[in-house]
Design a protein around this ligand. Structure first.
Ligand SMILES: CC(C)(COP(=O)(O)OP(=O)(O)OC[C@H]1O[C@@H](n2cnc3c(N)ncnc32)[C@H](O)[C@@H]1OP(=O)(O)O)[C@@H](O)C(=O)NCCC(=O)NCCS
Length: 137
């Protein structure tokens, strides 16, 4: 485990966002620095980001774009990661979502640090994998 102290501001869970996923990284998810591999974090963000669009697409969808992805702080083994999401825009076939990942360090549970944020776009697709309109509710 990488125990180097990194000063990071404490934050509150974002208002108007929904908690869509909690996950605990394992030692097998580390990179050569001993921190959690960025690709693992990206996969979790992609999964977390798909939760709210799934309510709208009511069926198959695909990630079409990662419009922005920021790694603000490292994630460490022993952290508990919480992913909060909010729908930014619903288009004809696409849904754009903002995801914020906050961590509680192993020894400071209940105190949150923002580690990652991303904006991702998902597209509702039909059985042939072509874009289809997002059903209006
Ligand atoms: C997703 C996919 C079906 C979209 O097909 P496409 O022909 O590129 O679709 P379109 O150009 O008609 O765009 C569809 C929607 O995506 C949006 N979109 C396309 N590229 C985008 C981008 N770079 N950023 C944001 N939105 C984008 C379009 O604006 C459109 O939204 P709207 O209908 O709400 O206006 C196709 O690109 C695909 O199969 N990609 C691979 C998906 C994949 O394997 N993802 C990883 C695993 S889930």
């Amino acid at each position: 485990m990488n125990n180097q102290a990194v000063s990071a501001p404490l934050v509150e869970p974002p208002k108007d966002y929904e908690l869509v996923l909690k996950v605990i990284p394992m030692p097998g998810d580390c990179n050569g620095n001993g921190d959690i591999f960025g690709g693992w974090v990206m996969a979790q963000v992609d999964l977390a980001g798909s939760v709210l669009p799934a309510r709208h697409t009511q069926g198959r969808m695909a990630t079409v774009a990662v419009n922005e992805f920021i790694f603000k702080q490292p994630v460490r083994v022993g952290d508990i990661l919480s992913f909060y999401a909010k729908v930014l825009h619903i288009g004809t076939t696409s849904i754009r979502v903002h995801v914020e990942a906050l961590t509680e360090r192993f020894d400071t549970q209940g105190k949150y640090i923002k580690v990652t944020e991303a904006t991702i776009t998902y597209v509702a697709i039909d059985e042939q994998g072509r874009p289809r309109p997002v059903p209006r509710r």
